[in-house]
Design a protein around this ligand. Structure first.
Ligand SMILES: Cc1cc2nc3c(=O)[nH]c(=O)nc-3n(C[C@H](O)[C@H](O)[C@H](O)COP(=O)(O)O)c2cc1C
Length: 164
């Protein structure tokens, strides 16, 4: 029998996550996105990653319909953008700051992301409340900067430091 939801949540709070924002664009060009840590590499051939998006997220249907999304891996310096993509007004309002461009799919790429993976959806699995989107990477942008990653643990943002 599966463990209680609250116990599962308490356990997952101890799993440090790399903060990403998943961005997409509707057929008419309207952009949207959300903050996410449920992102993983899947396979290198073809280069594929996955992200898990709650069906209640306002960007869910756009990713499902357009089959395009970008995983923008966030640096510490862009914490404000990460917060904005996790609550409040959705859609274009989330793009009022930041420097944006597009690569292969037309979904928005944050130029200051540590790395941005521009993906075409190759498969979708629906598990409970979430869609698991497999994305074949069509293009990627690696930032010139040497900024550190933005992490999330125990409900708080933080940073990375090497062990000596
Ligand atoms: C650090 C962090 C990680 C998150 N990870 C995910 C995730 O992996 N998948 C997801 O669907 N929502 C995740 N969320 C929640 C969404 O960012 C949040 O529900 C967002 O408001 C959804 O977009 P909407 O407001 O446009 O519906 C995360 C939130 C935070 C703060």
């Amino acid at each position: 029998m599966a463990v209680e939801v609250d116990l599962f949540k308490a356990g997952m709070r101890r799993l440090a996550g790399h903060v990403c924002i998943i961005t997409t664009a509707a057929a008419d060009g309207t952009r949207n996105g959300l903050t996410a840590t449920a992102v993983s590499s899947v396979t290198v051939s073809p280069p594929t990653l996955l992200c898990c998006i709650n069906r209640s997220a306002s960007a869910f249907e756009t990713v499902k319909e357009t089959h395009r999304f970008v995983v923008n891996v966030m640096p510490e310096s862009e914490r404000e953008i990460a917060s904005r993509f996790a609550s409040g007004d959705s859609g274009e309002a989330r793009f009022t700051t930041g420097s944006w461009m597009t690569l292969a799919t037309g979904a928005p790429v944050l130029t200051t992301a540590l790395v941005a993976f521009d993906c075409r959806v190759s498969d979708i699995a629906e598990v409970g409340s979430h869609g698991v989107f497999f994305g074949e990477v069509q293009a990627l942008h690696i930032s010139d900067g040497v900024d550190r990653p933005l992490l999330y643990l125990q409900g708080a943002y933080g940073g990375f430091s090497e062990l000596s």
